[in-house]
Design a protein around this ligand. Structure first.
Ligand SMILES: Cc1cc2nc3c(=O)[nH]c(=O)nc-3n(C[C@H](O)[C@H](O)[C@H](O)COP(=O)(O)O)c2cc1C
Length: 414
């Protein structure tokens, strides 16, 4: 995967000679997988054409603040929210002064004032402009407010002088952006860990067109996959047939039957650290799958000759139990969907299947399956926590926090 996959970078360009380097910088970000948009000051457009940046990034360049058409296309607030990181390169002495004084008199300065996104700046100017107390004070103010400054470098300048004021090279700036995101990912609690999740229902074929299944929508498992990914984990999602898109940056394997889910999960469990079994796996499947569609046998009067059809079922393998027994070092979390005796049944399952944790939820009577909300009891060997009914996405975030805590303390003890 590229270092900047799915990252959105807004490049701000102000009016300085070094603007020509920014085209290379934009290219380097895109090469590393980033989506790039560009905002230019009026002065910047005198140094490099918006057309060049538009062609390189594949996106229209933003430069007007008070233009109804531009505002309707992607307004300044929208643009401010869109970015994961803003890099202003080059940052002119004048723009630095405007930012330090909180001005919002053009699109770029307005975005900087209207965003919570981290802002990085790469100053570039004549060495005397750079060493001037006014510029130095403005830079200090920006640093204190959370801006991150990069450079300038020393060397020969476009004006013929030599000293500090050169903008960092395009590749150096791209490496900085990559390092920022690497540090961000590496500081997450599940960085370097693999979380394996099963989700959705299974389908047990009766004949080529019919199957036995259940009402599981997969929403809870998918929400947990998203939450685990946001905590820095590599997520492997083994999913039965559902109407959901794979969450961003999650690797999904689609399966149909319990047997396929068993094989895929056992395979992936070998390299996993945490296993969360949310799938509603069928306990039984037809003992024999008919080669052809099963038909009614009717006589000449259209009376069914076999009014009763008996389907022989066989027990499926228990994925959760097989995984937790085969991989005792894996932190295994089960789900117990119960219609009665919730806690008692869940505790028994925790022991019986050798789990580290079990998440119990009441199903049936408009609860649990195929709904957007859920209420759960989290039970582990020396503790229990109740999470009230809430949206499955919020619940998944809370649950993943508890799993991460218990997993971390269990790895310390191992
Ligand atoms: C040829 C030329 C080169 C310039 N180079 C720089 C520069 O490298 N850094 C800088 O801070 N200002 C430089 N300036 C001055 C800025 O373009 C000027 O201050 C402008 O108002 C900045 O506008 P902006 O901050 O809105 O982009 C240069 C001006 C000219 C005419």
């Amino acid at each position: 995967m590229s270092a900047l996959n799915n990252k959105r970078i807004l490049i701000g360009i102000s009016g300085g000679i070094a603007a020509y380097k920014t085209a290379e910088f934009a290219r380097a970000l895109i090469k590393n997988g980033a989506e790039v948009r560009v905002c230019m000051t009026k002065a910047a457009t005198e140094f490099i054409t918006p057309l060049t940046l538009q062609a390189l990034t594949g996106n229209p360049v933003h430069s007007e603040l008070l233009d109804p058409a531009a505002e309707a296309a992607m307004g300044h607030i929208e643009l401010a929210r869109w970015a994961d990181l803003i890099m202003i390169a080059p940052a002119s002495a004048d723009l630095i002064a405007r930012l330090a004084n909180g001005h919002a008199n053009d699109l770029l300065s307005t975005i900087c004032l209207a965003t919570e996104t981290p802002i990085h700046i790469a100053p570039a100017m004549n060495r005397l402009m750079w060493s001037n107390a006014a510029t130095q004070n403005n830079c200090k103010t920006l640093s204190q407010r959370g801006y991150t400054l990069h450079g300038p470098a020393e060397g020969e300048q476009a004006c013929g002088e030599t000293g500090a004021g050169r903008m960092l090279e395009a590749q150096e700036l791209a490496d900085i952006v990559i390092a920022v995101f690497n540090d961000e990912v590496q500081s997450k609690p599940l960085f370097g860990k693999t979380v394996l999740i099963t989700a959705g229902p299974t389908r047990e074929a009766i004949d080529p067109v019919r199957y036995i299944s259940n009402r599981s929508s997969g929403k809870m498992g998918y929400a947990i996959a998203e939450a685990a990914q946001s905590l820095g984990a590599d997520v492997q999602l083994v999913s039965g047939p559902v109407a959901l898109e794979a969450p961003n940056k999650v690797t999904r394997s689609l399966v149909e039957s319990a047997s396929q889910m068993h094989d895929k999960t056992m395979n992936l469990a070998e390299s996993a650290d945490i296993f969360i079994a949310t799938a509603a796996v069928a306990d039984y499947s037809p003992a024999n799958i008919a080669d052809q569609k099963i038909k009614k046998e009717v006589d000449a009067e259209n009376v069914n000759k076999n009014p009763e059809l008996t389907l022989a079922l066989q027990t499926n393998k228990d994925i959760l139990s097989d995984v937790s027994h085969a991989f005792p070092n894996l932190f295994s979390v089960g789900f117990a969907a119960e219609t009665e005796n919730l806690i008692k049944n869940a505790q028994a399952k925790l022991q019986r299947k050798k789990l580290d944790m079990i998440v119990a939820n009441q199903v049936g009577e408009n609860k649990g399956f195929d709904k957007d909300t859920n209420q759960i009891e989290i039970i582990w060997h020396d503790g229990q926590l109740s999470l009230p009914e809430q949206d499955k996405k919020l619940l998944a975030i809370e649950l993943m926090k508890v799993i991460t805590e218990r997993f971390s303390s269990s790895t310390l003890q191992r």
